[in-house]
Design a protein around this ligand. Structure first.
Ligand code: CO8
Length: 373
């Protein structure tokens, strides 16, 4: 079997940086509006009044300070609270394909590769724009890549599951090089009217280029020592948006057609699952956790990452060992751990090891153990 390396990564960051104070101001204006409109029903005890959000709570509970959004005006308009992203003509490049192409070009350039060197494209993300044609095939066409492409969705773990699919294809000789991209517009499926979650997500796109180690031309490569995936069904993070919605009118427009979660339960159940997963994966590869230089973890909650790192290392991790990007990007679903890797991978010296780890809805957990070449 061929050895596989990551030879390039890319990141597309949307143009609109939005601070906690801005999302809170919009949310609180919406609350004032709602409570005024419902004043009679609230006074009669028929409707619960909405409660304001606070920027201090958000930073303390999550570690998030700001997020990047594809559109901020629509989100920050209390009369709308949804990004304004006009649908494009079928002949035009779709918005997620545009994000993917931007991130992919950076990954290709880092790897010193051209479209003709790539045999396979995977788009792996939480929210796809349509059932078909596959977004991955649109990205493949836009970049001028031959071979084949497909979409996959494992929520926040889409990127690590995508990496394993790419590794398998390269190891078996089905592809020389694979481009795996994660265009996430989380803001389009986030309920900005929900106090518990209106601050959680941001938008971004990442790209990872994987190829045969013996054919890589970049001097800056990371060998994939192993991948490990796990899933366990849970209703604690859920989104009921889907093609069957139109078959039952009673559900149309209901909040559960957007992102919903039991945040506390997720925290309690997922942290141990992820800690054990990483330890077991390292054990399988005969690597001691103390010999790992960096953990590029999924970026959902700062306390969650600190707890997972403690479970794996048996002590606090420094910011060099478990880099944080969610303060700036918030939770960008599958892109989060790859943003951390992309922005902090250069800290590793030759033969240093690191772990990319994602976790989220499903539940799903994915880890990728890497060694700097
Ligand atoms: N402002 C002020 N106070 C608030 C707010 C707010 N906005 N929200 C809640 N509070 C209050 C509550 O009312 C509560 O008050 P009280 O104690 O008086 O009852 C108190 O704060 C505590 O509330 P919580 O218990 O809800 O708060 P937590 O400390 O648990 O923090 C978090 C909430 C930050 C959500 C935290 O639970 C968390 O981060 N959990 C982990 C979540 C996680 O990792 N989820 C992963 C999901 S991502 C994924 O899998 C991908 C899905 C696909 C993406 C789709 C894109 C949309």
């Amino acid at each position: 079997m061929h050895k596989v390396v990551i030879s390039g990564t890319g990141l597309f960051t949307p143009p609109n940086a939005v601070g906690n104070d801005q999302v809170v101001e919009a949310f609180n204006a919406y609350v004032a509006r709602f409570n005024a409109e419902q004043a009679e029903a609230i006074a009669a005890g028929e409707v619960e009044p909405m409660v304001e959000s606070s920027a201090e709570f958000i930073e303390k509970a999550s570690g998030i300070r700001q997020r990047f959004l594809m559109d901020a005006d629509g989100v920050l308009d209390p009369a709308r609270m949804t990004p304004r992203l006009p649908e494009r003509d079928n002949e035009a490049l779709s918005i997620q394909a545009e994000m993917a192409v931007a991130a992919a070009r950076e990954a290709l350039a880092q790897a010193g590769r051209l479209a003709e060197d790539i045999d396979m494209v995977i788009v792996a993300c939480s929210n796809l724009p349509r059932p078909y044609p596959a977004l991955a095939i649109e990205v493949q066409q836009a970049l001028g890549i031959e071979g084949y492409a497909f979409d996959m969705n494992v929520a926040c773990s889409s990127a690590t599951f995508g990496i394993q699919a790419a590794v398998n294809a390269i190891q078996c000789g089905q592809a020389r090089a694979v481009l795996m991209v994660n265009p996430e517009i989380c803001s389009a499926h986030l309920n900005f009217r929900d106090r518990d979650s209106h601050f959680i997500f941001g938008d971004a796109c990442t790209a990872v280029l994987l190829e045969r180690a013996d054919e890589a031309v970049s001097a800056n490569v990371f060998e994939v020592l192993g991948t490990r995936l796990a899933t366990a069904f849970s209703n604690n993070i859920r989104n009921n948006f889907g093609f069957l919605n139109r078959c039952d009118e009673s559900g149309i427009g209901q909040p559960d057609r957007l992102f919903i979660q039991q945040g506390r339960k997720v925290f309690k159940e997922v942290c141990p699952m992820v800690g054990e997963h990483i330890v077991a994966h390292l054990e399988q590869l005969a690597i001691h956790p103390a010999d790992v230089s960096c953990f590029w973890l999924h970026q959902a909650n700062l306390a969650m990452n600190q707890l997972i790192a403690r479970r794996v290392l048996g002590r606090e991790a420094s910011s060099e060992e478990a880099p944080v990007i969610l303060d700036r990007y918030a939770n960008t679903s599958s892109a989060g751990s790859i943003i951390a890797f992309h922005l902090h991978k250069d800290r590793l010296g030759t033969n240093d090891m690191g772990v990319v780890c994602s976790f989220g809805a499903g539940y799903s957990v994915g880890s990728v153990v890497l060694k700097k070449g």
